[in-house]
Design a protein around this ligand. Structure first.
Ligand SMILES: Cc1cc2nc3c(=O)[nH]c(=O)nc-3n(C[C@H](O)[C@H](O)[C@H](O)COP(=O)(O)OP(=O)(O)OC[C@H]3O[C@@H](n4cnc5c(N)ncnc54)[C@H](O)[C@@H]3O)c2cc1C
Length: 464
């Protein structure tokens, strides 16, 4: 039995069970949102509740709280993403960190509730993670030890003021410089959002398809061929985004500090709120913005929206990078990378929030991906005050014979080389998941003992 909540686990195994002959338990009809507490900022979601559903629910109740969207489809599951330890953009970006009171159906059919939710009548069940004694929540993240049917999400209060910011690094400023410049601001809480850095490959793949004409059909797109393309689009070696939240005075002060930290390292640094963005868009529509700014506006709105708690389908387009056929909206209006043969595998190492680690990961990724005929499409999310996750997109065309094998070999090689350098994946694809991978002997023994006790017949997502 392999549970999926919405089955949009694109790039990490989609909805495919780890082995043949499994029953897919599709939970999308568990779709109720409830128990919203406007004082505490908590809400209960069932497994099938989507990002857009939670967003609309909160808006309909006055919009006093924000949900934290990922860059994936608005139709992905809020709960499944948190169970996979997925992340988004706002100060609540680390989704598992804001999930409490899991209701779990175990393989024997019994129902368990984690934390205070398991203590009948506990008044703080939605507000406080820990009950007395050992905590069980972590057992059900990326674990296949139970089917989680619902949980409480702790929400972010809508701030009085909020501004997103966007910047582009000057040539010669590497990812290490940016990480070291931004770390103090993340650690002090000046920048509350996760900060998202993207290399030129990542930004260009969000703006257009693979330049088949320019390359005469050759792959991969080498850095020398990317450089003029990126320059023409006004895309620097690294671009970044984040947001500031608080009172108007706090946001103004934080903006000053961001400006100071990035001075000399970036060419453009723009701060936007909803009103200013609308004004910029009006100028762009009338052709009154210089080339680069005008073209960039299309990318800015969805990212700004994510930072303000609004899900967007926009990023899905990037999964179509290597596809030659234009997207046929007449045939099916919504993008679906699985249906359309888009090849996407993520490799997502976690690293300490230090410039030298970011540079080393970037170096390994560039060498290995190009060596396997794929582009080093990289984003780096400064997720917590002390750690970052690099998300490498291996983008290919599944309709090209041999494409799957080429990308799988690249993913395996890249994962191994990063791990050898100390950078382990925060989230392996479902079929590649093995108990004990990377664990010391005692930890592996404890996990095996729990699995024997909880799922002795190996019913759940077996083969993983
Ligand atoms: C362009 C693009 C951008 C993306 N951006 C992001 C991003 O910003 N952040 C991010 O985290 N991801 C991102 N993704 C990856 C992915 O699409 C999301 O993580 C998405 O939320 C996963 O799909 P889902 O929520 O429908 O989960 P599902 O596919 O329903 O579930 C994922 C896995 O979790 C387990 N699972 C699901 N439900 C349960 C349950 N109830 N109980 C126990 N186990 C369960 C299963 O093993 C399942 O395979 C992106 C993907 C694309 C293509």
């Amino acid at each position: 039995v392999h549970p999926v909540s919405r089955g949009r686990n694109w790039g990490y195994g989609s909805r495919v069970p780890p082995r043949d002959g499994a029953v897919v338990l599709d939970l999308h009809r568990l779709a109720s949102v409830g128990d919203y507490d406007p004082e505490l900022g908590t809400v209960r979601v069932e497994a099938g509740v989507t990002q857009v559903q939670l967003h609309d629910f909160l808006l309909a109740r006055g919009g006093a709280h924000l949900m934290d969207p990922t860059g994936s489809t608005p139709d992905a599951s809020v709960l499944a993403n948190a169970l996979e330890r997925g992340f988004g953009h706002t100060p609540h970006a680390d989704h598992a960190d804001h999930l409490v009171g899991l209701e779990v159906v175990l393989p024997d059919g019994s129902v368990l509730r984690t934390g205070l939710a398991g203590t009948p009548g506990a008044a703080a069940a939605a507000a406080h993670r820990w009950a007395a004694g050992p905590a069980l929540d972590g057992l059900f993240l990326q674990s296949r030890l139970g089917v989680v049917t619902s949980a409480t999400v702790q929400l972010m209060p809508r701030p009085a003021a909020a501004r997103s910011f966007f910047f582009s690094a000057v040539p010669g400023t590497g990812v290490a410089d940016l990480v070291d410049a931004l770390r103090p601001l993340r650690q002090a809480g000046t920048v509350g959002s996760a900060v998202h850095l993207a290399n030129a490959y990542k930004v260009v793949s969000g703006l257009q398809r693979y330049p088949w004409d320019r390359t005469g059909g050759a792959t991969p797109l080498r850095p020398e061929a990317l450089a003029p393309l990126a320059a023409g689009l006004g895309v620097g070696p690294w671009s970044g985004s984040g947001a500031l939240y608080g009172s108007a005075a706090q946001v103004r002060d934080a903006a000053r500090q961001v400006r100071r930290a990035l001075r000399g390292r970036v060419t453009t640094l723009r701060f936007l709120d909803d009103r200013r963005l609308a004004a910029v868009e009006t100028l762009a529509r009338r052709g009154l913005l210089p080339g680069v700014l005008g073209r960039g506006v299309g990318l800015v709105r969805p990212v700004h929206g994510l930072l303000m708690g609004r899900p967007s389908p926009h990023a899905i387009e990037s999964a179509y990078w290597r596809m030659r056929e234009p997207f046929d909206a007449a045939r099916a209006p919504e993008r679906d990378p699985d249906r359309d043969g888009c090849g996407l595998l993520w490799v997502s190492p976690v690293l300490p929030l230090r410039g030298r680690d970011a540079a080393e990961v970037d170096r390994i990724v560039t060498r290995v991906t190009l060596g396997h005929g794929l582009e080093p499409v990289v984003s780096l999310t400064l997720l917590t005050p002390r750690s970052a996750v690099a998300v490498v997109s291996l983008l290919f065309d599944r309709t090209v014979p041999g494409g799957d094998e080429q990308a799988a070999a690249c993913a395996a090689d890249l994962t191994a080389r990063l791990a050898a350098a100390g950078y382990h994946s925060y989230r392996p694809a479902v079929p590649a998941r093995r108990d004990g991978t990377g664990l010391d002997e005692a930890s592996a023994r404890v996990v095996a003992a729990v699995r024997r006790e909880v799922d002795p017949a190996g019913i759940l997502s077996a083969g993983a």
